[in-house]
Write a protein that binds this ligand. Structure first.
Ligand code: GLU
Ligand code: ZN
Length: 478
């Protein structure tokens, strides 16, 4: 293992958004490429917004994407993750240390006092956002009432860092205020929790969304105040909707698990997310291993990338094509179940059925939809196809075809083809006269994979049965 330690630190306040998943991905890729550590930390100290259910969804999303994390020894078993809510003592301890060293102080201002200060700033015409006036900066008393801990922010100078994505950044300290580190109930604010965890977890590179750039200076100041080296930072541009707005539910499905539901493959999701804002020449399709091998920070774009549903689907389809029939069959199996079909996972027809539809199926959902007729008994009948092709005149021919098929000793594609050709000659029929009725009989649809392929997947018994059933239906029609 190298010394590289990166982390993904989601706040469990909802589902896992694609943008956050991309932050997780870039960190994970970097850790895997460099044989470093990828640490998962749930930033769940915002009691009003965090929920156990949301933590569960975030973890499930990461597991589905197979972005595995490496540690978390104190809680949750050997493989973590860390939960900030279980580390509150640590934040308290470090905030005490900051107070002792003069980098932080207790602020006893009540809400009323702060409101008043805000009003006064407004009256004096200070137009910038409200800033805490520093009332308690130098107070020496210890009133017996609740307090928050504030950082003593420098009033001059600046903080600089060389962002791996954004380049050199400089932030003037005049823009800072004495930000709160710890609430009066002992819970840390994000900047304290993140900095202390990045310190105690030995994080060497912090890569996250660029909406957090505003927090980087306070965090660097905390690192410096405590005497720890600052990690490297990489701030990833947001993902935008096609119209340039920040991508949200209004534009597309944005929860990772929505894509599982839509029948996307996890590797396709990772591929598409990686390509949103990162490039490697003009290559579009990457396996997971290729992403690990090729990822670098130099080619992460500085500006936001636009989400493109069509391209996402194209990447998904491309990945599905890379996989073999057996794999796609297993991956599509739960979607058959979701359609109410009870298919044995080891059913040999699964793999064969995939072989007949895979060129057209872009997602696992589409694959399951296209394979439905193989497994549904009787198959769903398209009423129009039935009306058009299952006519009384055709009924005896379907019966005769069923007879011919039932006499076959082997049911492979070649035997089928020659037997049917012979039968057509005997009956003085053209294939086209029987092909559509037979297709409707076997699949319930007017369009399907090749007839012989279909018969072969269905097998002799089922093919014969369906032809006879359709003949009966056709006979009844008038
Ligand atoms: N909890 C923060 C978020 O989900 C993490 C930011 C960071 O990576 O430091 O946005
Ligand atoms: Zn105060």
């Amino acid at each position: 293992m190298s010394h590289i330690r990166v982390r993904f630190a989601p706040s469990p306040t909802g589902y896992l958004h694609l943008g956050n998943a991309r932050s997780a991905l870039f960190n994970w890729l970097w850790a895997r490429q460099k044989k470093g550590h990828f640490i998962l930390r749930m930033e769940d100290t915002d009691q009003e917004r965090s929920s156990v259910e949301s933590s569960r969804i975030v973890l499930e999303s990461l597991r589905w994407l197979q972005l595995d994390w490496d540690e978390g020894p104190e809680v949750g078993g050997p493989n973590g993750p860390y939960f900030q809510s279980e580390r509150l003592g640590l934040y308290k301890e470090f905030s005490e240390r900051l107070i002792q060293q003069g980098h932080a102080y207790r602020c006893y201002c009540t809400k009323e006092e702060l409101d008043r200060a805000r009003e006064q700033q407004k009256k004096r015409g200070i137009r910038d956002a409200y800033r805490y006036p520093g009332t308690c900066r130098n107070r020496t008393d210890h009133p017996d009432r609740p307090y928050v801990v504030r950082f003593r922010a420098p009033e001059s100078g600046c903080t600089r860092w060389n962002d791996l994505v954004k380049g050199p950044i400089e932030v003037q300290h005049e823009t800072l205020q004495d930000f709160v580190l710890l609430r009066s109930n002992g819970l840390p604010l994000y900047n304290l929790g993140a900095a202390i965890d990045d310190i105690t977890m030995g994080i060497t590179l912090v890569a996250r969304g660029d909406d957090h750039m505003i927090n980087t200076t306070p965090q660097i100041l905390i690192f410096q105040a405590l005497g720890y080296p600052t990690p490297t930072f990489a701030h990833l541009p947001m993902i935008l909707a096609p119209n340039g707005d920040k991508l949200s539910k209004r534009h597309a499905a944005v929860a990772v698990l929505d894509y599982r539901e839509q029948g996307y493959l996890p590797d396709a999701v990772l591929n598409y997310l990686a390509r949103l804002g990162w490039s490697h020449g003009d290559q579009e399709i990457f396996t997971r291993q290729q992403l690990i091998d090729c990822f670098n920070w130099e080619h992460v774009g500085r500006t936001a990338a636009k989400f493109d549903t069509k391209k996402f689907l194209f990447v998904q389809q491309s990945h599905q094509r890379l996989l073999d029939d057996a794999f796609v069959g297993q991956a599509a199996w739960p979607f058959l179940g979701a359609r109410g079909l009870q298919v044995d996972r080891s059913d040999a027809r699964l793999e064969k059925a995939v072989g007949t539809i895979r060129i057209r199926a872009r997602t696992l959902v589409e694959a399951a939809e296209m394979m439905d007729f193989y497994f549904r008994e009787p198959p769903r009948m398209d009423p129009q196809a039935k009306a058009d092709f299952l006519t009384p005149e055709i009924a005896p021919k379907l019966v005769a075809l069923a007879e011919t098929l039932s006499r076959l000793e082997s049911f492979d594609e070649r035997s089928l083809q020659s037997a049917v050709t012979r039968w057509l000659e005997e009956e003085r029929l053209q294939l086209k006269e029987i092909a559509q009725p037979a297709r409707v009989a076997l699949t319930g649809k007017r369009a399907s994979p090749g007839l012989f392929e279909v018969m072969q997947v269905l097998g002799q018994e089922v093919s014969v049965k369906r032809l006879r059933q359709a003949a009966a239906l056709a006979g009844e029609a008038s």
